[in-house]
Design a protein around this ligand. Sequence first.
Ligand code: NAP
Length: 243
Amino acid sequence: MELSGRTALVTGAARRIGRAIARGLATRGARVAVHYGRSAADAQALIDEIRAAGGTAEAFAADLADPAAVLALAARVEAELGPVDVLINNASVFYATPLETLGERELDDNLAINLKAPYLLSLRLGRAMRTRGAGKIVSIGDAGATHPYRDYLPYYVSKAGVVALTESLARALAPAVQVNCIAPGPILPPSGASAEDEARILARTPLARFGGPEAVVAAVVYLVENDFVTGTTLVVDGGRSLV
Ligand SMILES: NC(=O)c1ccc[n+]([C@@H]2O[C@H](COP(=O)([O-])OP(=O)(O)OC[C@H]3O[C@@H](n4cnc5c(N)ncnc54)[C@H](OP(=O)(O)O)[C@@H]3O)[C@@H](O)[C@H]2O)c1
């Protein structure tokens, strides 16, 4: 699929990796719906930047923990920017959940934002893509779903679910819509990581550096532009899962 002239929704697009994805799609001519939760100022700065470069972007707030807000987000984007051709499920929560204090709430929270919101958006927008005869869904998983760090159990359960969601949707929405997953490894240091944390991560990464958001942007562009790839999980982890 050519990105030029398409409408793309990127969740969690105000900051970090999502911001780079939104910018990358806009640079290639897509109209971009910049979804955000709390980062209103960052979202506004991004759409200002995209518009200043001649692109089209609108910001949309929604709490992805609320299923009604997720569905309302899809409807608002369609109403303001037209049918969504490309959905990028990027937003996520990621926080340590040590076994000793782990309970039901942490699982519910991770599943709601990391899995249920992509599920609802993919159904809502994927069915419409199928009816129109074309569309792309890319969800951002995590290479750690198969090689987990300690203390993130609900997060990895949710990200393993994203792979299953991808594979099932790829079958359900074929042949019109292609559905894929990207499994990043160390792209950016986690928010609040210490120098020791970063050194520990890099010591277990064969390519010995953080990949940076553009490594994910390139994977997103590849999966959107290639029409014969569906149901796959593309690992972008600097070799981390080899170790
Ligand atoms: N960073 C890495 O190296 C790495 C490694 C592996 C996988 N990943 C995956 O790559 C993706 C992007 O990573 P990242 O580090 O850039 O993500 P991030 O900074 O942890 O989160 C991205 C955005 O998710 C949004 N979000 C979280 N909860 C929300 C809610 N309830 N409602 C609405 N929005 C919500 C936040 O938006 P607001 O700020 O607007 O509230 C946040 O900016 C994620 O899916 C992550 O799991 C990242």
